[in-house]
Design a protein around this ligand. Structure first.
Ligand code: TRP
Length: 338
């Protein structure tokens, strides 16, 4: 780890910035591999270029997309209970960046939190987000980490004050992001997050719940077409950055609820046979063939608690929103992960 004092000149408002050098993603080979699969699939992590991030923010404001608003409302409602569970002087760690209204809602609810550590795979992004936060929370020790949350992290070694290290750790993972992973990977991620916790620390995690298929399918295929545009933006990015010639007009966005796997599945479906080239390689997609874009798993309290238990986490408390069912969980380390 670098000496934090070396960095203070560059980021006066942050307590520290560390670059943990997450392994570089290889856009070209990931996309070519995805298009070569029998079931074509594109990795969702590449959605978020500048336009993709803008479109994602717009998704969260669509009337059908209940997830963001419901979670925020729930977070506000349970603030006093979270403050009681966390106690004074907690340290909040957030994998994913720290600029959003959600982290502010949590920090505002807690009793004099000692520190906040934001982490993101994009160093520039997390640094800017945490600097913004630091400007509004001058009392708080704030650090930013360029880090991939699927990689190892030694939280004890972070350059936080002794006081902050002594506080209860609360790892905050909102947005039902856990639902975007295949279950086996969700389990792996929960194990990783658990490894950051000592006895008495907690993982505060938001998970969306099963509900009527009409509600789910509308949420992931809004009338204004923003989610469709979000998916098609990845095609535009491939065409632009990998010298592709995929005709986006020949692809239709589809989202459907798969009750057998308890998830919304998102696809781009070809409306006719198309031949195309990406990075010099030739592909064909047949009429009605699909490109699998993403999943959003939905849980019940029990199915999520069972998954958490496999990761060595037990539920201390769970809250369900009174609006569309969405849950927040306060999980604590218990026994060993299996
Ligand atoms: N995790 C959220 C969800 O599953 C947000 C999200 C991730 C999302 N990827 C998406 C929303 C694609 C719509 C489309 O709802």
């Amino acid at each position: 780890m670098t000496d934090p004092s070396l960095k203070t000149g560059q980021t006066p408002s942050l307590s520290f910035y560390e670059d943990m050098h997450p392994p570089a993603a290889d856009f070209r080979s990931d996309i070519l591999a995805g298009l070569s699969k029998p079931q074509k699939a594109l990795p969702p992590k590449y959605y978020y270029d500048e336009e993709g991030s803008r479109l994602f923010d717009a998704i969260t404001e669509q009337p059908e997309y209940y997830v963001t608003g419901t979670e925020l409302e729930l977070l506000r409602a349970i603030g006093p209970e979270l403050a009681a569970l966390a106690g004074e002087g907690a340290v909040v760690l957030e994998p994913g960046a720290g600029s959003s209204v959600k982290i502010r809602t949590l920090l505002d609810a807690l009793e004099r939190p000692a520190a906040f550590v934001g982490m993101d795979i994009s160093g520039d992004h997390v640094r800017a987000a945490c600097e913004e936060l630091a400007a509004d929370y001058p009392e708080l020790e704030i650090g930013a980490l360029c880090h991939d949350f699927t990689q190892k992290l030694d939280v004890d070694a972070l350059p936080l004050s002794e006081n902050a290290h002594a506080g209860r750790r609360v790892v905050f993972f909102p947005g039902s992001t856990i639902g975007n992973f295949e279950l086996i990977d969700a389990l792996g991620l929960l194990k990783t997050l658990r490894s950051w916790l000592r006895e008495g620390d907690a993982l505060l995690i938001g998970t969306d719940m099963r509900k009527a298929s009409e509600t789910l399918e509308a949420a992931y295929d809004d009338k204004a077409g923003v989610t469709a545009a979000f998916n098609l933006n990845l095609i535009a990015r491939i065409n632009r950055e990998l010298d592709g010639d995929i005709d986006a007009d020949g692809l239709q966005y589809r989202a459907f609820w798969n009750p057998y796997r308890s998830r919304v599945e998102m696809y781009l479906m070809a409306v006719r046979d198309m031949h195309f080239t990406v990075a010099g390689e030739r592909f064909v997609i047949r009429k009605h063939e699909t490109i699998h874009m993403e999943n959003s798993h939905k849980f019940t309290l029990d199915t999520f608690h069972d998954l958490a238990a496999k990761a060595g986490l037990k539920s201390r408390k769970a809250w369900v929103s009174g609006r569309e069912p969405f849950s927040m969980h306060w999980l604590e380390p218990a026994g060993e992960a299996c």
